[in-house]
Design a protein around this ligand. Structure first.
Ligand SMILES: C[S@@+](CC[C@H](N)C(=O)[O-])C[C@H]1O[C@@H](n2cnc3c(N)ncnc32)[C@H](O)[C@@H]1O
Length: 242
């Protein structure tokens, strides 16, 4: 994968500050890591059998499409009507995601900063259209580091609180600490300003542990499962509302 873990000069994304890499691929392994049996926990309470998901930091939508296909298969016995909305702060990536939308009735993409008030409002409207108050699942793949680097420890807490407030279940793929160092090194290498909050972070060393602590202590979520790590060294944390 280009970006977070790679040191290949040709794919070095240099001054990328939010993880908004233009060609960010190699998704198969990560969808394969998802367990099959945990998704239908609460959706069947919905009278119209709608299952709604949110993909935060959806980039160009490639993983969002795969998540849609995955959920369709994982819940094929119950056949809920699945819809996903992807949000990303980069307008070019959202344009790309929209261009190749195979299921425009069920997949939508919005250019929004997840931490902005606008985003909260748009997502609540989206849920209201589906006659829901929360998403059944929120996916946060490879975004927590970028939130943490740009918004500090408080920003990471705010991000997780917001995501949990909006959902029944959350799936997080945290980046390990070595990726933080790589992101910072890449900026310095192109003589760009380092992440100003990096030195002030208290949640260092093992981001996964801090995220789990925030989910249980501040968001009142409980663990469903944690997957084994893939050959990229990442695990998926799956938590749900108590
Ligand atoms: C490293 S990419 C991960 C893409 C995708 N989730 C995946 O794992 O394949 C991180 C994405 O998060 C987006 N992002 C970073 N901060 C964001 C924010 N505050 N609100 C919305 N998107 C954000 C970036 O633009 C980027 O596309």
């Amino acid at each position: 994968m280009s970006g977070e873990g790679s040191s290949d000069e040709k794919t070095d994304p240099g001054a990328i500050r939010h993880g908004n890499f233009i060609n960010y691929y190699q998704f198969h392994e990560r969808v394969r890591q998802l367990p099959r049996g945990v998704w239908q926990r609460r959706w069947d309470a919905h009278p119209a059998r709608k299952y709604a998901g949110l993909d935060v930091g959806c980039n160009a939508g490639n993983l969002t499409y795969m998540l849609y296909d995955f959920l369709e298969k994982a819940m094929s016995q119950d056949q809920p009507e699945i819809s996903l909305i992807g949000v990303d702060l980069d307008p070019i990536l959202i344009e790309r995601a929209r261009e190749c939308n195979r299921h425009p009735d069920y997949l939508t993409f919005e250019c929004l900063d997840f931490l902005s008030d606008d985003c909260g409002e748009t997502l609540r409207k989206h849920l209201a259209q589906l006659h829901k108050t929360r998403f059944d699942v929120v996916f946060c793949f490879s975004i927590t580091m970028w939130i943490h680097l740009n918004h500090g420890d408080d920003g990471l807490e705010e991000f997780l609180r917001k995501a949990c407030d909006l959902s029944e279940m959350i799936v997080i793929e945290p980046q390990p600490w070595k990726c933080y160092r790589n992101a910072s090194r890449r900026l310095r290498r192109v003589k760009s300003e380092d992440f100003p909050l990096l030195k002030e972070l208290k949640y260092t060393g093992n981001p996964t542990e801090h995220i789990e602590d925030i989910l249980t202590r501040l968001c009142d979520f409980r663990k469903v499962t944690i997957t084994a790590s893939n050959d990229w060294g990442r695990t998926l944390l799956i938590y749900e509302r108590k």
